[in-house]
Design a protein around this ligand. Structure first.
Ligand SMILES: *Cc1c(COP(=O)(O)O)cnc(C)c1O
Length: 410
């Protein structure tokens, strides 16, 4: 399970974690069956090697530019700034990426790594289907067969994304164990990986899973924060007062936060999904409404009952309803470096409409949660303040659901 090395390998800077054992303070690590260790050790070595390989970096840059459309711009949301009556609001526009969200940054990195390792088959888990579609997209581009595990309940709920994955050539495997949702799909993918280690690469969709996934996914998503930091310095000659992002598993937020961690004056604010309200128990706020435990190979905050059984998350936004949060967020939370707040379904629905009407940008329901807290923060900081929010996905995918919630039949 875990080792007991007595050497002190604790990094000095908060940004330099994890330690050599893949721990972020108390969190993270690799709590997996012995049978999975060879896969994880092979992956860790390959990733360490790729990080230092200029050819790998060059290939990443080329595909990020020509296929994903990087760099995505930053944008001054002038009318929302006026509406909220406070700090200036800037969006990092990762919704303009190919496939419509930040997810492809990570899928591209992992699939290129798979190719470099000589793996010939890609597997992934998916909840709403966004990570499944992004993975199937990159697998199609490189001609690699792709199998996506998806909870049977989600397969029913997300028919358009299931069809999209099939068009992209992926096989979608419905998982009916447990509650037939994301956590069960992830368990099934881990099982497949143990059985097919010689040819298979498992592309995890957020900063979760056993080490090295949380650090690796963060590194691939850090392009968000690296670009945005340079862009805002270039445009304003200063850093923002706060960087804000929504949190499902926490990958777009970690990607935005990481390049700012050592900038002590920049507040880092993660917005979890409060669903019907944290007090109702129907939410997806693992940090605010959960407690530490172990799931999918790492220690972090989880939604669980008194017996430690994982509880299904609820959110209006399918992309936010993971019952855990990446271990680095748990670490930054306990270290008080980042702040974690939440927004309800109702607030997200309101922000979805407001942003569309005022900026002509249809946000995904996920970043609409972040916008609800940006509204409060803008007032708190006042007109001299600058807020950088990651617009991590576009909302076209959510239009049918929003219409239904507003009682409009299409
Ligand atoms: C999947 C998804 C999320 C949640 O995932 P994180 O790992 O927390 O970033 C948020 N926004 C969008 C648009 C997504 O597709």
């Amino acid at each position: 399970m875990s080792d007991t090395a007595s050497v002190d390998t604790r990094p000095n800077a908060l940004s330099a974690w994890p330690d050599a054992r893949g721990r972020f303070g108390d969190y993270g690590g690799r709590f997996v069956a012995e049978t999975l260790m060879p896969n994880i050790i092979e992956l860790e070595a390959a990733y360490e090697d790729a990080k230092r390989d200029v050819e790998f970096q060059r290939e990443m840059e080329e595909f990020l530019r020509d296929y994903v459309g990087k760099p995505s711009p930053i944008y001054f949301a002038e009318r929302l700034t006026e509406e909220f009556g406070g700090a200036k609001i800037w969006f990092k526009r990762d919704e303009l990426n190919h496939t419509g969200s930040h997810k492809i940054n990570n899928c591209l990195g992992q699939v290129l790594l798979a190719k470099r390792m000589g793996k010939t088959r890609i597997i992934a888990e998916t909840g709403a289907g966004q990570h499944g579609v992004a993975t199937a997209t990159v697998a199609a581009r490189f001609g690699l067969p792709c199998t996506v595990f998806m909870g049977a309940t989600d397969v029913e709920r997300q028919a358009p994304n299931v069809f999209r994955m099939k068009l992209l050539g992926a096989e979608v495997v419905p998982v009916s164990s447990g509650t037939g949702t994301l956590k069960d799909a992830m368990n099934e993918a881990l099982r497949d990986w143990v059985t097919n280690v010689h040819d298979t690469f498992y592309v995890i969709g957020t900063v979760a899973g056993p080490h090295p996934y949380p650090a690796m996914v963060r590194d691939f998503q850090s392009i968000i924060g690296r670009e945005a930091r340079a862009q805002i310095m270039d445009r304003l000659g200063r850093l923002p007062d706060a960087a804000v992002a929504c949190i499902g598993g926490g990958s777009n937020a970690m990607g935005l936060f990481h390049p700012f961690i050592d900038d002590e004056d920049v507040r880092l604010i993660g917005v979890e999904a409060a669903g019907h309200g944290i007090e109702t128990g129907e939410h997806a706020a693992s940090l605010k409404g959960g407690k530490p435990g172990i799931l999918h190979g790492n220690k972090t905050y989880l939604l669980q009952d008194d017996d430690g059984q994982i509880i299904d998350a609820h959110s209006i936004s399918a992309g936010l309803d993971y019952p855990g949060i990446g271990p680095e967020h748990a670490f930054l939370h306990d270290a008080k470096r980042a702040e974690y707040v939440s927004a309800t379904d109702t607030e997200a629905l309101e922000m979805f409409q407001l942003c569309t009407k005022l900026e002509g940008i249809i946000p995904a329901l996920e970043p609409a949660h972040a916008l609800a807290r940006v509204r409060d923060l803008a007032k708190e900081l006042g007109p001299e303040g600058v807020i950088l929010m990651n617009m991590c996905g576009r909302g076209d995918k959510d239009v049918p659901q929003v219409a239904e919630m507003l009682g409009v039949s299409l």
